[in-house]
Design a protein around this ligand. Structure first.
Ligand SMILES: N=c1c2ncn([C@@H]3O[C@H](COP(=O)(O)OP(=O)(O)OP(=O)(O)O)[C@@H](O)[C@H]3O)c2ncn1[C@@H]1O[C@H](COP(=O)(O)O)[C@@H](O)[C@H]1O
Length: 104
């Protein structure tokens, strides 16, 4: 089990727990809109870090971003395996070729 699988299990276990002691539980309690808002904020913070001179500063922001993405997936009843399957489906297909093949 890798770190993402452990994080996913922890996040799922937090649903319905005490929001006062669990940040994840507080996100679930506040609902999909708040979770999506936090994801957006963390994305912006990652972009800001990316525009700076210190590449290492991106790492903690990326971790915040991925954590909140995992919470969003869990709230929507989805799993990392759903994302893994989508990435596997895309494997070997150039992004340029995929875009060119889209219906117009
Ligand atoms: N990986 C994380 C993780 N990454 C980021 N965060 C939290 O995400 C929040 C984001 O910070 P912000 O300053 O943007 O948020 P905020 O200002 O406190 O929130 P708002 O007032 O803006 O709503 C902080 O409280 C961080 O601690 C995380 N909280 C939890 N985890 C994992 O989830 C597990 C369970 O955590 P709890 O649910 O809190 O027990 C932990 O053991 C970790 O493994």
């Amino acid at each position: 089990m890798d770190a993402f699988d452990r994080l996913e299990a922890t996040i799922r276990a937090r649903r319905g727990e005490d929001a006062a002691t669990s940040y994840t539980a507080s996100l679930f309690a506040r609902g999909r809109g708040k979770i999506a808002q936090k994801l957006g904020e963390e994305a912006v913070e990652t972009v800001i870090a990316a525009m700076g001179d210190d590449a290492r500063a991106i790492v903690p922001e990326a971790a915040d971003l991925l954590f909140h993405l995992c919470v969003l997936l869990a709230d929507a009843g989805l799993s990392l395996d759903d994302v893994r399957a989508e990435l596997a489906r895309r494997e070997g297909v150039s992004g340029h070729a995929e875009k060119a093949a889209r219906p117009r």
